[in-house]
Design a protein around this ligand. Structure first.
Ligand SMILES: Cc1cc2nc3c(=O)[nH]c(=O)nc-3n(C[C@H](O)[C@H](O)[C@H](O)COP(=O)(O)OP(=O)(O)OC[C@H]3O[C@@H](n4cnc5c(N)ncnc54)[C@H](O)[C@@H]3O)c2cc1C
Length: 388
């Protein structure tokens, strides 16, 4: 029977980051990345808005982000790949007292963790970004080291850097190979089944994105993350706004936007969206998106929407990822449930998975609060509040 040291399920941004970090940490480790589709990066990764930000409300997300930002700032040189991290910042705005109070508390926490975040009054926001309607705003927060990038480029960067390592770092990427079963004995993972046969392995890392729970079920696990459709649209290029804009989130309405291909990308979560794998673009929802977009950016009245697409978040109850070994199934690592932040958090998540496999524990960031066990036993959760 074929043997591997580690099987990674899924070849999106997380699967490639995990493979890269494993190969870097312990050259020669036999790592098999199994992907059900015929090529890398066909799942939720290429459908992402590509946002990268440290402006979160929970310490663990801020720490994951500061690590990710440092990685992405040097990725093109370090991995010798084409990767353009456009650090035009993230701007969060609100019209509500309660959210403004939360912004202030978040900023204090973010600054204590080294994030260069500013609190901005409406007049200061208007002076910097005159395209925004600010008359109803109470407060904004801005961090200029946040920004956006192309998740496909990042995935290719990890993939190709791994393939260029001597002997490919011990990693093999295998496509058109769905994992159909996960085997275990006495509470320990022993390997996986594929349509082409079985592979024995002491470690299996679930990087299946929106399919995280589906893959977990193969091992009899209830990984509590649900796939939920999210849609995005792009406008035609226009000259209504001169410079590239920060990824801007209207926290009260949920509308968000950033520069894309000479126009803007427009997004807004439908909070009534039921869980599931509906792949169809929600054309009716676009009307709501435009209505909310016009409230914040009136000049969009002269823009045309030219395309849209639907992808899937993998959402947990507290909007935090499920990261680490499942205590009741040794050797099974969950690396998903990022709730809309998997692209940005892929570099540290890959590193942390490699630390667990190679050294027995995650050391660079304390992720003890991100284990699946937090959903057992009815303890209070600390949800991430800055979600879109
Ligand atoms: C509209 C939208 C906007 C987003 N915006 C952002 C953003 O701004 N910033 C951000 O950080 N994140 C964002 N996200 C989330 C981000 O896209 C995901 O968190 C991230 O791409 C997850 O990467 P992944 O590698 O885990 O999953 P995927 O890219 O989905 O890869 C999982 C892979 O697993 C494979 N697979 C599944 N089951 C099996 C099996 N049984 N056997 C073998 N292979 C299997 C799939 O084919 C797939 O290729 C957004 C998502 C969407 C949909």
């Amino acid at each position: 029977m074929e043997r591997a040291d580690v099987v990674v399920v899924g070849c999106g941004i997380l699967g490639t980051s995990v493979a890269y970090h494993l190969a870097k940490r312990q050259a020669g480790l036999r790592v098999l990345v199994l992907e059900k589709e015929k090529s890398p990066c066909t799942g939720s990764t290429p459908l992402s808005a590509g946002g990268i930000r440290a402006q979160f409300s929970t310490e663990v997300n801020i720490r994951l982000s500061t690590s990710a930002i440092a990685f992405y700032e040097t990725m093109s040189d370090a991995l010798e790949c084409h990767f353009d991290f456009e650090q035009h910042g993230y701007l969060l705005v609100t019209t509500e007292e309660e959210t403004a109070a939360r912004f202030k508390a978040n900023v204090e926490l973010q600054r204590s963790l080294g994030v260069p975040v500013e609190l901005l009054e409406p007049a200061a926001i208007k002076a910097r970004w005159p395209h925004l309607e600010t008359s109803d705003l109470l407060l904004g927060t801005f961090s200029g080291t946040d920004g956006y990038a192309d998740p496909y480029e990042a995935t290719m960067g990890f993939w190709q850097a791994t393939r260029r390592m001597p002997n490919k770092g011990g990693v093999e990427f295998r496509f058109a190979t769905p994992v159909t079963g996960i085997h275990h004995e006495d509470g320990r993972v022993t390997g996986v089944s594929t349509e082409r046969g079985q592979i024995t392995a002491p470690w299996v890392i679930d990087c299946a994105g929106p399919w995280l729970a589906e893959v977990g079920e193969l091992a009899g696990l209830d990984l509590q993350a649900e796939p939920v459709r999210r849609c995005l649209w792009n406008t035609e290029p226009f000259d209504l706004i001169k410079d590239k804009i920060p990824l801007t989130i209207d926290m009260d309405t949920g509308f968000y936007t950033r520069s894309e291909s000479g126009g803007l990308m427009l997004g807004l979560a439908n909070t009534k969206e039921p869980p599931g794998f509906n792949p169809i673009l929600d054309d009716e929802w676009l009307e709501v998106v435009i209505e909310r977009a016009l409230l914040r950016i009136p000049c969009l009245e002269h823009a045309e929407v030219n395309r849209g697409w639907a992808g899937h978040y993998s959402i947990t109850r507290d909007h935090l990822p499920i990261l680490g070994e499942v205590p009741w199934l040794k050797g099974f690592l969950s690396c998903g449930g990022f709730s809309g932040h998997g692209f940005m958090h892929a570099p540290p998540a890959g590193l942390l998975m490699a630390e667990i496999v190679c050294e027995g524990e995650a050391t660079t960031i304390d992720i003890s609060a991100l284990g699946i066990e937090r959903f057992r036993g009815g303890g209070a959760l600390t949800p991430e509040a800055n979600v879109i």
